[in-house]
Write a protein that binds this ligand. Structure first.
Ligand SMILES: [Zn+2]
Ligand SMILES: [Zn+2]
Length: 201
């Protein structure tokens, strides 16, 4: 069915006048306004120019941002639907992006997961910052505190364990390699081969 505009059906031979440049163009030169089943009043060319001019200045950008935020408040369900549609369409790309991000930011991934775990365990202090974890790693020269081996995948180990409400804070955390980590879980407690931090910041 051809689009229905202002009480009339339009076919592909119909022309429409752009409200900006004033030129008459075929309908395929206009974006469809999907919510209203109409065409936008500006032609695609002019629409693009407007978008670019918005991006050109900081004020324009801020205006656009504010407008988008107002829209999101008025139509949260539309924004949500649009987002999930986009996510469905780009699922693979997103997954690849996340995988790459996790590879590029092992420190952050490590930090987030252990912070979450600490929060779940109900330990009272949960204030380890990523920068502090980075500093601990540097102090231990990127070696496991228990076997002294260098490893790229060091986990945060709580000297006083989380299960006993040990705090998730700098003084209670040492780097631990994956194999020592699993040994620790099933066997007797391991002794750090390096002295645990003499913490003075
Ligand atoms: Zn135009
Ligand atoms: Zn180890």
């Amino acid at each position: 069915m051809p689009p229905f505009i202002k009480g009339k059906f339009f076919d592909e031979n119909t022309k429409k006048r752009c409200s900006q440049c004033g030129k008459e163009k075929y309908l395929d030169a206009f974006y469809r306004d999907k919510t209203a089943f109409l065409y936008r009043s500006k032609c695609i060319e002019c629409d693009k120019k407007t978008n670019l001019s918005y991006r050109a200045t900081p004020e324009g950008k801020a205006n656009r941002k504010a407008r988008n935020e107002r829209y999101a408040i008025r139509h949260p369900e539309r924004v949500k639907a649009r987002r999930s549609k986009w996510e469905d369409k780009n699922r693979e790309t997103l997954r690849a992006y996340h995988r790459q991000w996790e590879k590029d930011h092992p420190l952050s991934v490590n930090g987030y997961t252990s912070k979450k775990r600490a929060a779940k365990s109900g330990s009272e202090i949960n204030d380890l910052k990523l920068s502090e974890w980075a500093w601990i790693l540097q102090l231990f020269k990127y070696r496991c505190a228990y076997c002294g081996k260098k490893s790229k995948r060091l986990t945060q180990d709580h000297v006083s364990p989380l299960s006993l409400k040990g705090p998730h804070t700098m003084a209670n955390i040492v780097p631990c390699c994956l194999s020592c980590n699993s040994k620790k879980r099933i066997g007797p407690p391991l002794c750090p081969v390096q002295s645990v931090l003499p913490l003075e910041v």
